[in-house]
Design a protein around this ligand. Structure first.
Ligand code: C2E
Ligand code: MG
Ligand code: MG
Ligand code: MG
Length: 292
């Protein structure tokens, strides 16, 4: 009887736990060969100047398509790769590809920068800054054309250590962005001590509903002012509606990204957007939003 009761109570939970563990171990196993099987691609999401919608930069976002598993979302496989340590090899692949694309766009005469997401695990490699410098040299990319995005999770670990790592990185000439600011871990006090150049306001703040007080998105306002007071460039993420765009613009935030301006697209499409933007610069025709 006890066995039966236990079975009834425990099994549904166990089964789910078990299958999510199994999924994790499948992902970890399949990730191991993903670079060799050429299953990764980068897409680039435009970062635009909000008033003109002109792309000035692009965020490299990793895509993984596995022959049997299909497309696996980064929110699912990046944490697995972080835990298993595979993120270091994957991150190196991402940086290399991003620099390769950027070198081509610069050679074609586009005035553009590229940002790359960096995991805490990569950042904590003692020679990370050196490796970054090496990749930039190999592709002959000017460091100031590269932005490295670190998240608040990195901040939550060891602050003094993080400051040392970021300082070393910055000495290579790349710019540092603090990603997903306002998503949870942020401490305003820490922000002042961090050697970063750019503040990226998290989707959640930008999507904040028209507030109870009638003032649209007071948090966006405050974060933009905070960033500017600290001398940082500010980018609003996840702008999905004209209303959100207006809020961001009224807050004085010059740069933005989000579905209103376009999702991440393959490098060829991104370059086409750059070309369209520069050929229509005089008329300031907005780049049409694209499908995901
Ligand atoms: P993130 O760096 O904050 O990237 C922005 C995410 O928001 C992207 O999701 C992007 O597609 C999505 N997004 C863009 N515009 C909108 C919008 O208007 N509305 C909404 N709701 N979402 C929008 P994605 O590509 O699925 O990436 C998720 C996260 O995975 C990234 O968040 C980043 O933390 C991580 N990631 C992606 N690529 C890499 C990579 O190469 N290396 C590392 N370490 N992490 C990566
Ligand atoms: Mg990012
Ligand atoms: Mg973000
Ligand atoms: Mg994110």
């Amino acid at each position: 009887a006890a066995k039966q009761r236990g079975k009834n109570r425990v099994e549904p939970y166990d089964a789910r736990y078990d299958s999510s563990l199994r999924r994790r171990s499948i992902l970890e196993h399949e990730l191991r060969g993903a670079i060799g099987r050429d299953e990764f691609r980068l897409v680039f999401q435009p970062v635009v100047t909000v008033p003109t919608m002109r792309p000035v930069g692009g965020e490299a976002l990793l895509r993984w398509r596995h022959p049997e598993l299909g497309a696996v979302r980064p929110d699912e496989f990046i944490p697995v790769a972080e835990e298993s340590g595979q993120i270091c090899e994957i991150g190196a692949w991402v940086l290399d590809q991003a620099c390769r694309q950027l070198a081509g766009w610069l050679a074609a005469g586009h005035d553009v920068w590229v940002s790359v997401n960096v995991s805490p695990r990569e950042l904590h490699n003692a020679d990370y800054a050196e490796r970054v410098a090496e990749v930039l040299r190999r592709h002959e990319v000017p460091p100031q054309r590269i932005v490295l995005e670190v998240t608040e999770h990195a901040v939550a670990t060891d602050l003094a250590e993080l400051i040392r790592r970021l300082t070393a990185l910055r000495e290579t000439g790349v710019r540092i962005a603090l990603d997903d600011f306002g998503a949870g871990y942020s401490s305003l006090g820490q922000l002042r001590n961090l050697p970063v150049d750019i503040l990226k306001i998290d989707h959640a703040l930008v999507a904040e509903p028209e507030s109870r007080t009638g003032t649209a998105a007071p948090l966006v306002d405050v974060v933009v002012r905070l960033g500017h007071r600290l001398g940082l460039e500010v980018i609003a993420e996840g702008i999905g509606t004209p209303g959100q765009r207006a809020v961001v613009e009224e807050a004085g935030c010059r740069l933005g990204q989000g579905s209103l301006f376009g999702w991440g697209v393959p490098p060829e499409h991104f370059e086409a957007q750059l070309r369209t933007a520069s050929s229509s610069a005089a008329r300031l025709v907005p780049v049409p939003p694209r499908q995901r």
